[in-house]
Design a protein around this ligand. Structure first.
Ligand code: FES
Length: 259
């Protein structure tokens, strides 16, 4: 875990809601793997700032979506303004890389009521290893613009409607059946409830949900990021709690206590 300074070198709006920041980072952070993230504080755009100007006091979690020419590409909503030259205090690497099965040929990424940002870093890695990727956008996520994603990614949008109806998408039994592994992100307001709904859905679609198949990628607010405060602890079945910041963010939903 390193506390480093990074510099925003380029800001690019990729669609009306999303901008990409190209971040020059310490060499240690260039070894980041899909699933890992940074905890950051952003300095205001000024050559003269002191420690109390860091914003916010509680760090934000930034998920990279790609690595281009040794620069980390970070996806942020367009609501916040960033400028080239801005300094970022970045702590990382947070979490463990997501592990894919050696035999995986198709991976399903599912974003339910939240942008798929935390899943996107897996896409260049998966495509580079000749693994097909399907991205399913459900609930609020149906509005997420995907023009910037590689054309090889199959994008499926679910239907709008009530909370239950938003868990419906075209050919869902087929897409779930073909997938060798599924990664899911849900809105942060109640991750346990929404992951439980996703688990119930897959239990209805398949006779049984095997281990090492359906993973929740958890995004609670991380206070310390180093396993000290236990604010990110998750209840597991028949074993000790696990911490998102040191052992996550991806956990096999069949091993979790979602009640
Ligand atoms: S954020 Fe403090 S233990 Fe995970």
């Amino acid at each position: 875990m390193k506390d480093t300074q990074a510099i925003i070198e380029r800001v690019r709006r990729v669609n009306p809601d999303v901008q990409h920041l190209e971040l020059a980072v310490d060499e240690a952070l260039t070894r980041i793997k899909p699933g890992q993230s940074l905890l950051v504080r952003v300095a205001p755009f000024s050559a003269h700032f002191t420690e109390e100007h860091w914003d916010p006091y509680l760090r934000e979690q930034w998920y990279p979506v790609n690595m281009v020419n040794n620069k980390l590409v970070i996806e942020r909503p367009t609501g916040t303004r960033y400028e080239p030259g801005q300094i970022v205090n970045a702590m990382g690497l947070i979490g463990q890389p997501i592990r894919f099965r050696k035999t995986a040929r198709t991976v399903l990424l599912l974003a339910y009521n939240t942008p798929p940002t935390a899943l996107l870093m897996t896409i260049p890695w998966l495509l580079g290893n000749k693994i097909a990727v399907t991205l399913v956008l459900l609930g609020n996520a149906v509005d997420y613009g995907t023009q910037h994603l590689p054309p090889e990614v199959e994008v499926i949008r679910g239907s709008a409607g009530t909370e239950e109806q938003t868990l419906i998408w075209p050919n869902q039994v087929l897409t779930a059946g073909w997938a060798d592994q599924v990664l899911v992100v849900v809105s942060k307001d109640d991750e346990r409830l929404r992951f439980k709904r996703v688990m119930d859905l897959f239990e209805n679609m398949r006779r049984e949900v095997p281990k090492n198949y359906l993973f929740g990628v958890f995004q609670p607010t991380l206070a310390c990021g180093i396993g000290a405060c236990w604010c990110c602890a998750l209840k597991m079945q028949g074993m000790e709690d696990k911490l998102v910041c040191t052992e996550g963010p991806a956990f096999d939903l069949t091993m979790m206590d979602l009640k």
